[in-house]
Write a protein that binds this ligand. Structure first.
Ligand code: HEC
Ligand code: HEC
Length: 214
């Protein structure tokens, strides 16, 4: 008798545990509207220029969805998709994408060089054509892998996407972000520098194997 009831309790506990795990893993319902562009894995599409959302900070994603809705970041597709979202929807979607893994890739054996790499690591402070651009790595981290909740990963994002963001800040279509940092920086970049930086960061692995970074 004792053993039997104990078994029943055990079964109930297991069923409950399965239920909890499944409930936890269930994506928010709107995700089905997002996957066609951002992918089931949240890794976006390099060829179509759709950014990866996987592994970005939840706070950053929440902020972007809020900003698309309220017009400080403008994009026809995303503005219409973000407009019906309520705060709880934004949080659920952001938590879901932030928790998706970013596959580890080997770091390229030969790292890209040129204007993009130079500005990324050292900024553009010296020489007669210097325009006072700080190094991108000082905020986005070495290799553009992102730092904390506020400085997003840019490594491995589609080249066209990165260029579009820098152009949008340069032209005022994207006005968001803390302290206007990117407005000030992108405003100083020339078209050639924007293209070089976009090519550079798109070529870097979004998540490099630690041993490859040595
Ligand atoms: C039809 C394609 C499409 C669909 C569907 C779509 N997106 Fe997007 N998304 C885009 C494009 C294009 C951009 C880049 C916008 C820009 O250039 O500012 C983007 C950008 C974003 C960004 C900003 C990423 C960053 O790194 O700043 C977030 C967050 C986002 N989408 C979330 C979502 C969510 C959540 C859904 C579902 C509710 C969704 N998207 C559905 C195309 C799409
Ligand atoms: C002083 C800090 C700082 C520096 C330096 C900086 N950034 Fe940023 N960057 C930010 C912040 C903060 C954001 C997030 C903006 C937001 O919240 O919308 C951002 C966002 C971006 C994004 C958009 C990412 C996305 O997913 O949409 C790109 C692209 C970018 N930065 C490129 C660069 C490049 C290239 C450089 C070097 C020329 C650079 N940044 C230097 C702070 C910085």
């Amino acid at each position: 008798m004792w053993i039997r009831s104990c078994r029943m309790w055990l079964m109930a506990a297991v069923i409950c545990l399965i239920g909890v795990t499944q409930a936890h893993a269930a994506p928010p319902p709107q995700v089905s509207e997002c996957s066609s562009c951002h992918g089931n894995d949240g890794l976006g599409s390099a060829s179509a220029g759709y950014p990866a959302l996987a592994g970005l900070s939840s706070a950053y994603i929440v902020e972007q969805l809020y900003d698309f809705k309220h017009g400080t970041r403008v994009n026809a597709i995303m503005t219409s998709l973000a407009t019906p979202l309520k705060p709880a929807d934004r949080k659920a979607l952001a938590d879901y994408y932030a928790a998706l893994p970013v596959p580890v890739q080997p770091e390229p054996t030969i790292l890209p060089t040129g204007i993009g790499a130079d500005i990324a690591d050292h900024g553009h402070w010296q020489g007669s054509l210097a325009n006072g651009v700080p190094s991108c790595a000082s905020c986005h981290g070495a290799g553009g892998i992102g730092v904390g909740a506020d400085f997003p990963r840019i490594a491995g994002q589609p080249q066209a996407y990165i260029a579009a963001q820098l152009n949008d800040w340069h032209n005022g279509a994207r006005k968001n972000g803390p302290l206007g940092l990117m407005t000030a920086i992108a405003g100083k970049l020339s078209a050639d520098q924007i293209n070089a930086l976009a090519a550079y960061y798109a070529a870097l692995p979004a998540n490099a194997a630690p041993e490859a970074k040595q």
